[in-house]
Unconditional design. Sequence first.
Length: 492
Amino acid sequence: MADPKGFLTTGREVARTRPVQERVKDWNEVYVPGSLLPIISKQAGRCMDCGIPFCHNGCPLGNLIPEWNDYAYREDWTAASERLHATNNFPEFTGRLCPAPCESACVLGINQPAVTIKNVEVAIIDKAWDSGDVTPQPPERLSGKTVAVIGSGPAGLAAAQQLTRAGHTVVVYERADRIGGLLRYGIPEFKMEKSHINRRIEQMRAEGTKFRTEVEIGTDIDAAKLRRRYDAVVIAAGATVSRDLPVPGRELNGVHFAMEYLPLANKVQEGDLTVSPITAEGKHVVVIGGGDTGADCVGTAHRQGAASVTQLEIMPKPGEDRNANQPWPTFPMLYKVTSAHEEGGERVYSVSTTHFEGSEPEEGQTVGDVQALHLVEVEFKGGKLEQKPGTERRIPAQLVTLAMGFTGTDQANGLVQQFGLELDERGNVARDDDYATNVEGVYVAGDAGRGQSLIVWAIAEGRSAARGVDRFLTGTSALPAPIRPTDRSLLV
């Protein structure tokens, strides 16, 4: 145990963020550089080293949280990094982006603020990179087997790294121009600077993983031909089909999916563009969707100089404390103020968009530009969502982003049909307990098989699918499989 009295003598303290007026003028990460190390050992000392650490149940990776808390408390950063990497290929990603179901399941959280597990995690890995403790781990020998991984998000990268280290020759195919999937183009720079992805890619290249960008399987390469070229294939293409909002005026210029808007802002930061073709500068912005992607749109709009930002959510405003029907150690639905929300804007709950209002088309246009959004308040009655009469109103909107989640993996490119894959009742690629699809040698990991989920689940699925592939190729496997395809989050 780290500090037997730590949870009694030390209060919860998290990483400091830079002043709002400073950070909205740049795209750097919002946290004060170096602010964690002076406080993190004491924060790690709050860990109680529980007899039954429920944080393990909250985290699908099975992270050895009490162990690396203990090492962090003792400032044995090398040992802490080793324990961290024992279960997680990319802790610098999860430490920045995961909503931390481990903290919701922390035993201390029953009657005190939980241990700052995410902050400890990111402090350990950042220290490990700075100290040179993160090095390539190439295999001792090659198996002679080849694997294609389709998609370079967290699931694909985790599967690729595990299989490369097991001795297989792995090639990752990515349809975008850079590796990283949604980590690269869906996550704004202010949440995670892309240098963290770049150095992981270099580590994987040094281990032997090969990468092919701007290649879309199903369009550029026939999926069936790909299967014949490799001994096994892992589909980690994500659930990239955005949920649409089919209301009058949806066709107006200025109404975009979040995943049309966010990647362009990231391309500006990559140096590909000087100015984003879709910008919030000087505009009244409305973000439809109250989740993390919506918050990413809010923060991006602030940095682009929006005149105003309004975020709409169809669900009621959550409370700041656990509801009785969401008891510990489940992941509660709480009112969350992200760094983007700290920067300004209005959040409106229990509303639904009825239609968009636009200008008349100008010469050369087939449709006009969005000018306003009409909404109505809603409430749940008898399990059904009903509009409240007399609550309709109009708000200005010159840029609208739809951030309402994703409905499944892309089928338009022909990948599903060319492989001949079966889908489950939710439209995801069906798989068995080994993550194998109905096509021999073809496996699926991440959102493509699970549906829209969290980064920790994606990494856990990539690691688990790698074990299934390794066993298929060699007859046995020593790789870990932290979760089954049927496992779900710790919810009520």
